[in-house]
Design a protein around this ligand. Structure first.
Ligand code: AGP
Length: 369
């Protein structure tokens, strides 16, 4: 097992550090920058289905559902296709309206999640075209779907999903860009810029992983917290949800993720000097509004851990801690902002002596209801 961990203390840490490679493997052979094209067999072969779709319905659970939420923002922005994101467990039991003009995308790392599999069967029975985004090759979901794209993240052993999340987002981003070109909703120059930017993400993640020691220092100060709030907006709202899920799963600290603007509708009542609030405040993501949220937290004495873009000055003055991420296209920022949140949960969990790779009550894939 020590050998399999590749010198890391835990699989989760190894998998966090594998992300630059995993993201590169996800777009390798699909993103051809020199020719300025994206090619994905499962999409090319079914292009008509995608182009004629009235809407895309994404079904998934847990972290994969969070990747679906990021994809909703990206698909709508790039390819102008309406997207709905559903918990597979709700979708399958609520008699949803599905037609032959719907494209259903099922996202699952393991490809074995019972609820997602049942949602796929339901969608197929109503005549929808179902596309799978899975990591495990030959898994039940990969076999049950009409077509699909693998994430190529490599085996994910840690129960807390890390590289599966970022590679799911990468696959879905490639799809959204491909469809944007096919539909003409993105100019060829914008498309070129986006694929150049996407290709830079692995090296930015590599650079970002160097914040590990800094994040560990922050973790030391919050390991005895009992609650934690995560806030983000736009593309980074789902990252806030994912950050909170990661902390809950492996450290057993109660955490909630919220869209930053929703704070004033309730969660603000929770803020006092014992409440750490992790705020994602990237420079291109409704920055001023998020800064004003940070000020509201500060005036209630909440402890602020802010994820900011390199070079930020305004948040630095207010926040208790700042973690810098490299600058990027805002739509791709979840691939960066999520990294320090994974590390933060990891270090807190290790310092609390939790079983990071196999947290209590959880299984890697939920094959029962
Ligand atoms: C993630 O950290 C979780 N352990 C869990 O939420 C997981 O994402 C969910 O069970 C879905 O799994 P799947 O991607 O294999 O379908």
């Amino acid at each position: 097992e020590q050998i399999e961990k590749g010198g890391y203390d835990h699989f989760m840490l190894k998998e966090i550090h594998e992300q630059p490679r995993a993201i590169r493997d996800t777009y390798r052979g699909r993103l051809l920058r020199d020719k300025a094209i994206i090619k994905m067999a499962g999409v090319e072969d079914n292009m008509k289905k995608f182009l004629n779709a009235d809407r895309i319905i994404i079904v998934a659970c847990g972290t994969s559902w969070h990747a679906g939420l990021v994809a909703e923002y990206i698909f709508e922005e790039f390819s102008r296709i309406p997207v709905e994101v559903e918990y597979a467990s709700e979708f399958r039991y609520r008699n949803p309206v599905i037609t032959e003009k719907d494209v259903v995308i099922a996202i699952s790392q393991s490809g074995e999640t019972a609820d997602t599999l049942a949602a796929i069967k339901l969608a197929k029975s109503k005549g929808a075209f179902v596309f799978g985004v899975c990591n495990v090759v030959g898994s039940s979901i990969a076999r049950e779907t009409d077509a699909g794209a693998y994430t190529h993240a490599g085996p994910e052993i840690g129960v807390a999903s890390t590289k599966a999340f970022t590679t799911q987002i990468t696959v879905l981003t490639l799809m959204a860009l491909r469809l944007a070109r096919a539909k003409g909703t993105m100019s060829s120059s914008d498309f070129r810029l986006h694929i150049q930017e996407l290709e830079l993400i692995p090296q930015k993640v590599e650079q970002l992983l160097k914040v590990d020691e800094h994040v560990k220092d922050i973790a030391k100060q919050y390991l005895l917290s009992t609650n934690c709030l995560y806030l983000g907006r736009g593309y980074n709202f789902p990252v806030a949800l994912e950050g909170a899920l990661k902390l809950k799963e492996i450290s057993y600290i109660h955490a909630e993720g919220y869209p930053a603007a929703e704070m004033k509708h309730g969660p603000i009542a929770l803020i006092d000097d014992r409440m750490p609030v992790i705020v994602i405040a990237t420079s291109k993501g409704h920055y001023e509004k998020v800064v004003s949220n940070i000020q509201e937290i500060k005036s209630r004495k909440g402890k602020i851990i802010a994820i900011v873009t390199k070079g930020d000055t305004a948040v630095k003055e207010i926040a208790d801690h700042v973690i810098e991420i490299p600058e990027s296209e805002e739509a791709f920022s979840p691939l960066l902002t999520t990294i320090p949140l994974q590390l933060l949960s990891y270090h807190i969990a290790v310092m609390r002596n939790c079983n990071v790779d196999q947290p209590r009550n959880l299984a890697k894939s939920v094959t029962v209801e």
